[in-house]
Design a protein around this ligand. Structure first.
Ligand code: ZN
Length: 390
């Protein structure tokens, strides 16, 4: 099946002008100034991109696809993600994680959800492990074997440090699981990245600085996340980028009731750029389907909400409203993530890359079309497919 998206403003993520983009099967065939589609030829679907911005599909590298939470007891466990959540959020590639609960949500329950999303048209991967260091469960006998032998497992995480809910690993244990993920990645041609959850504890980036100072492991092996949790953590994150580290900002936050000192991702990216951090060192992820406690103005817990993948684009738009350039803002959910996770077919509009694309209305900045692996999952703002039980 051939598709032509005509006359869209194409951001690869760099802006290349108003172009026609040709899709053959599940791949981008090419970018052209103007394609005349013949009437008496094989069936070619034409999608009108006039007045719209064409960008790579978003990659969300941290989503609790099987559900997460549970820290308030069994009835606070959050549900599995819905296909339509991903489509509305413009997420065409997702990396699943488990969290605090590595007992009932682990790699055995994560992988079937990865396969299910793949069958439904989304590209999905996952990390092995959970908060615990070393992990309380792997699929095979080790982290290394999981990453090496299971195609869909591309790294380790989210492992938790600096958090009362984590397993309080020694630095040596922390170092050894990262080393294992690294070698598993090397031997299988994957990134073997370790997604490191930073809590609100006092040690902050301590282990990550030590990793750089006391080991041979390259700094790109780890991607610390939730670094916009507080301004003080964000300041440490700036120091960490100065020695070459990449950092991930979490977009899910209760923007009507931010924690004291919490920086929403859209504001945090502006702050980082203003402090000289290169855009290439920053990624966004949503923490989707994790649990988010809601407090009233007296800081009393009044309920629980679910983190949403829809916040990725919400925070990109917020960053743009603060003056961050559109093509920089979208890099944090496209090309930067693809580069760090070694997802070589993803994150860019270029010949030979996967046809994962979004058409965004230029005026309203709303996602109107979602194409994933060459298949239209949303048109005119409405999903064309639903999950089986939605
Ligand atoms: Zn986390």
């Amino acid at each position: 099946m051939i598709k032509v998206i005509k006359s869209a403003k194409v951001y690869c993520p760099e802006y290349v002008g108003i172009k026609d983009v040709v899709i053959v099967g599940n791949k981008i065939e090419g970018i052209y100034d103007k394609i005349e589609v013949p009437q008496d030829f094989i069936n070619i679907e034409v999608i009108d991109g006039e007045g719209k911005l064409l960008v790579p599909g978003f990659i969300d590298s941290h989503v609790h696809i099987t559900g997460g939470g549970g820290e308030g007891g069994f009835n606070t466990r959050t549900p599995e993600i819905k296909l339509s959540d991903l489509i509305y959020g413009g997420v065409t590639t997702v990396v699943g994680v488990t969290g605090t609960d590595g007992v009932t949500r682990n790699i055995v329950t994560l992988l079937p959800t990865v396969y299910s999303l793949e069958e439904q048209g989304i590209t999905a991967y996952c990390y092995t492990g959970s908060y615990d260091v070393p992990p309380i469960k792997t699929l095979t006998s080790s982290i290394k074997e999981d990453i090496m032998l299971v195609e869909k497992i591309i790294g380790l995480g989210e492992i938790a440090i600096c958090d009362h809910r984590g397993s309080q690993p020694s630095f040596e244990k922390f170092l050894s699981v990262i080393a294992e993920a690294r070698v598993g990645g090397l031997l299988s041609g994957k990134a073997g990245v370790v997604n490191v959850h930073l809590g609100d504890g006092i040690s902050k980036f301590n282990y990550l600085f030590r990793l750089s100072e006391e080991s041979e492991i390259p700094i790109e092996q780890v991607l610390p996340t939730h670094v916009n949790r507080t301004l003080s953590l964000l300041k440490e994150a700036i120091k960490y980028t100065r020695i070459g580290g990449n950092i991930d900002l979490t977009t899910s936050s209760n923007i009507d009731c931010l924690d004291e000192d919490e920086y929403r991702a859209g504001l945090a990216i502006k702050y980082l750029l203003d402090n000289g951090v290169a855009i290439e060192q920053i990624t966004f992820s949503s923490d989707g389907n994790g649990s988010m406690p809601v407090f009233n103005d007296k800081k009393e817990l009044i309920g629980l909400e679910i983190c949403s993948v829809g916040t990725l684009f919400r925070e990109i738009k917020y960053a743009i409203s603060l003056g961050v350039a559109f093509e920089d803002a979208i890099k944090v959910v496209t090309s930067n993530v693809a580069r760090i996770l070694h997802l070589n077919e993803k994150g860019e509009i270029a010949p030979g890359k996967d046809a994962d694309l979004l058409l965004i209305d230029e005026e309203k900045l709303e996602i109107e079309w979602v194409v994933s692996k060459g298949k239209v999952l949303m048109e005119f703002g409405k999903p064309t497919v639903k999950g089986n039980f939605e």
